[in-house]
Design a protein around this ligand. Structure first.
Ligand SMILES: *[C@@H]1O[C@H](CO)[C@@H](O)[C@H](O)[C@H]1NC(C)=O
Length: 388
């Protein structure tokens, strides 16, 4: 893919990290923080299963483990797995020691470790394509292209496209030959749940969490005390109307949104024909902004009395919420955080900073075998790396 020159950079960061690990080791950190990239073929890792996701290969599964907050190692069931039909299953696992509780030789599986200790790229380049593999669902646009390369280029060019499936010229039925399906998955971090919690303050990393840059600045459009009833396509948790607008702007089908501040609910809506607005106190509606650089001030706001529970990558004491916020911004893997103030009764949690993240890499919700189709990912993150 012509990206080989990047490996030099990787080696350098690994060396730096090796020194860092050594220092941390001296400070008596118990959990293993060694950077282990190697994939172990035909070996099963036993541990506590956290979640099972789909992946087209072991490398992708390793990235999923890296981006999943509590995952430490994984086992992937390859397409040549013969015991049953569980192909492309990616088992994310953990254990108290950070090591598999057992390693058992097993044909058709590949295991490995999370890259969290390796200073992982938050937006890895996924240049592999997969023949006779389908990524079903998640379609938002289709077109006809001469070959899968053109389909992949269409995906790379389209801001919402994360992955694609292309139907080859020998596929049956013939009517869908050359069809290119562009597919969407969330590349902006979605906070799984937002709750009210006394003595807790939450906020976001100040790093801009997007690869897209536009010259034109814009303010966007919010309609305060306005509801737009009906036409919901997805309901998410958001901390503010501006946060909700980020979700709407990322979703290719979102025509407008309504945000209910009392429940932290962000309703993404689709109705390209009309927009009926009604005056309702406590609801803010608005329009997405896809082609301009939106004001990102909302990520700098801290939310007092609000908790972002779960998805912890690490936690430690800090003197203030400002320090916690800085630690989050300094860690490329931290997307959002919660801080417990000194007013809480449990001394173990007093003034503790919890750094958090969720999966933002392209992740098909399902991966299956299908003859004469080709699937793969957008190359947006590959170009980004070459340029910078
Ligand atoms: C948090 O950031 C401070 C500097 O602002 C640094 O000294 C400290 O080591 C960081 N803590 C952790 C656990 O990363």
């Amino acid at each position: 893919m012509g990206l080989k020159h990047l490996s030099g950079f990787k080696t350098e960061t690994m060396t730096t990290h090796f020194i860092l690990v050594g220092l941390l080791g001296l400070c008596g950190l118990s959990l293993s923080l060694e950077c282990t990239r190697k994939l172990i073929v035909n070996m099963d890792f036993a541990g506590k299963d956290i979640i099972t996701l789909y992946s087209p290969d072991a490398e992708h599964c390793q990235h999923l483990c890296t981006q999943y907050s509590s995952c430490v190692f994984f086992t992937f069931l390859r397409p040549d797995w013969t015991r049953d039909n569980r192909h492309f299953y990616c088992y994310l696992k953990t254990s108290p020691s950070g090591q598999p509780t057992a390693r058992t030789p097993l044909l058709g599986v590949t295991s490995g470790f999370s890259l969290k200790p390796c200073h992982p790229d938050p937006q890895p380049c996924l240049s592999q394509v997969y023949h006779h593999v389908n990524f079903p669902g998640a379609n938002y646009r289709t077109l006809f292209t001469a070959d899968y390369e053109e389909c992949q280029r269409a995906c790379t060019r389209d801001p919402a496209c994360q992955f694609f499936t292309f139907v080859e010229h020998v596929f049956v039925p013939g009517t869908v030959r050359y069809k290119c399906y562009l597919k969407f998955s969330w590349a902006v971090p979605r906070i799984p749940i937002i709750t009210r919690a006394d003595r807790t303050i939450s906020g976001f990393s100040h790093r801009i969490q997007s690869t897209q840059y536009f010259d034109a600045a814009c303010d966007g459009k919010l309609f305060p005390n306005t509801n737009i009833p009906g036409h919901d396509i997805e309901v998410l948790f958001a901390a503010s109307p501006e946060h909700c607008r980020t979700y709407c702007s990322a979703h290719p089908h979102c025509t407008y949104f309504s945000y209910m501040s009392y429940a932290f609910k962000c309703c993404l809506k689709n109705n390209p024909d009309q927009m009926v607005r009604r005056a309702v106190r406590g609801i803010t509606s608005g329009l997405p902004a896809r082609l301009c650089q939106l004001d990102n001030d909302w990520i700098k706001k801290t939310h007092v009395g609000i908790d972002f529970p779960y998805s912890d990558i690490r936690d430690f004491p800090t003197s203030s919420v400002e320090a916690c916020q800085r630690n989050c911004t300094d860690d490329p893997n931290c997307q959002f955080y919660s801080y417990i103030t000194d007013k809480i009764s449990n001394p173990a949690r007093r003034q503790r900073c919890y750094l958090k993240r969720v999966i933002t890499m392209p992740a098909p919700s399902k991966v299956i075998k299908l003859a004469n189709v080709v699937s793969g990912f957008s190359l947006k993150n590959c170009y980004y790396k070459v340029i910078f």
